[in-house]
Design a binder for this molecule. Structure first.
Ligand SMILES: [Zn+2]
Length: 394
């Protein structure tokens, strides 16, 4: 049962259970870690219970955001919008775990920074989170990781980008210097800590590993794993959130929304595939339409009506594309955006600049992309884009 907003109880759109309203919290339908805080009201809801907010944040958003594909998309895309003078932050690229160093107690992982910095991290091992870059995010947040950085450049611009990004990306961790000369001034002291006994043990193990690899001239044997269905649950959850935002309670109690919820909580990929959902998929960008829609270094969020379906089409970091049908009963609902959805609307979200556009009519977006007529908002984002040749040499 869906109750009126004035009631002290309300129903959660993800689990369909009713709780007092103080057990609900603000949910970013498009996750903050992917830049969702910049999105407008359509992408925010207070109809998700705190329990679902936490659980899906960890197991649905987390599995997508911490996947090898998404973390690397985030890192590559940040270069696209670096400021050539003042720099900016670039997430570290996840290469994978290092089986030769990892043991039953600890997971060792390898990351590369914006100018080639080598970073090794060590966190308590938890094989349930093996597809997550950085291991179990809860443990990591609680106890922190040991991380050590080896710099590769002395060029001032990149040194600054690399080190500031390091302290931002590993902000919760015990950060050690591998080969930086520690000066006495307080600003650089904030970057690193002085290792204790356990820290020294970690540093020695990594240094030994590096010197063996160097003398044998071998690369780090890294491995990573990907959960096959890592994007499906994420897309299904987006569809539920946006459906509720667009169409309200009538959508939440609709049969298709029930299918979406079943798919969100399905125990396995096989079980999920038995649910009659329409068009859930995630793939590499491969045709001319994809290339037209994908936005370098940002996300394209497109909503469009096809007959009685409304589909969400997503291009993540200009690299991967996903689609999910939000509803197959559009004509049954009332919706403020009805006329816009008929023609299609597009949002462009650039996480590293915390920018999200207003809804842009599909026709205007396409005209802009093919060069027929410029859209001012899109042009202002394009003006921030740089290529590596525009940045100081590394
Ligand atoms: Zn819930």
């Amino acid at each position: 049962m869906v109750v009126a907003p004035s009631s002290p109880e309300t129903t959660c759109i993800y689990c369909n259970r009713t709780f007092p309203i103080n057990e609900f919290s603000l949910e970013h339908i498009f996750p903050s870690a992917l830049g969702g805080k910049a999105c407008g009201d359509l992408f925010k809801t207070r109809t998700v219970c705190s329990r679902c907010n936490n659980t899906t944040g960890l197991h649905v958003d987390g599995a997508f955001i911490k996947s090898w594909f998404t973390t690397n998309g985030a890192a590559a895309s940040a270069f696209t919008y670096l400021d050539p003078i003042s720099g900016g932050l670039v997430p570290y690229t996840y290469i994978g775990n290092i089986p030769a160093l990892s043991d039953a107690e600890y997971l060792y992982e390898f990351w590369v920074g914006p100018s080639g910095e080598n970073v090794y991290s060590r966190s308590p091992r938890d094989d349930k989170f093996f597809g997550y870059a950085g291991g179990n995010p809860i443990t990591t947040k609680k106890v922190g990781r040991d991380v050590i950085i080896f710099g590769t450049t002395t060029e001032a611009y990149w040194l600054k980008v690399g080190l500031l990004s390091f302290s931002d990306f590993f902000y919760n961790d015990r950060r050690y210097s591998g080969n930086f000369q520690l000066s006495q001034d307080s600003s650089s002291n904030n970057l690193f800590i002085v290792p204790d006994l356990a820290g020294n043990e970690f540093i020695e193990k990594v240094k030994q590993y590096r010197s063996v690899a160097e003398s044998n001239n071998t690369s780090h044997g890294c491995a990573f794993s990907v959960d096959i269905g890592f994007a499906d649950r994420f897309l299904v959850k987006l569809a539920l959130g946006l459906g509720s935002s667009l169409f309200g309670d009538d959508f939440v109690i609709s049969p298709y929304a029930k299918h979406l919820r079943d798919a969100l909580w399905a125990k396995s990929t096989d079980e999920r595939h038995d649910i009659p959902l329409r068009g859930v998929g995630y793939w590499d960008i491969n045709d001319n339409f994809d290339r037209l829609m994908a936005w370098p270094g940002g996300h394209t969020i497109m909503l469009q009506r096809f007959r009685d379906d409304v589909a969400l089409v997503l291009y993540v970091y200009g690299k991967k594309s996903g689609i999910v049908v939000i509803t197959d009963e559009f004509s049954k609902f009332t919706c403020e955006l009805e006329s816009s959805l008929n023609d299609g609307i597009v949002y462009i979200l650039v996480p590293s600049r915390r920018i999200c556009t207003k809804p842009i009519p599909m026709q205007d977006f396409v005209s802009h992309q093919v060069g027929n007529s410029k859209n001012a908002e899109l042009a202002s984002i394009e003006a921030l884009r740089v290529e590596l040749k525009d940045l100081p040499p590394r």
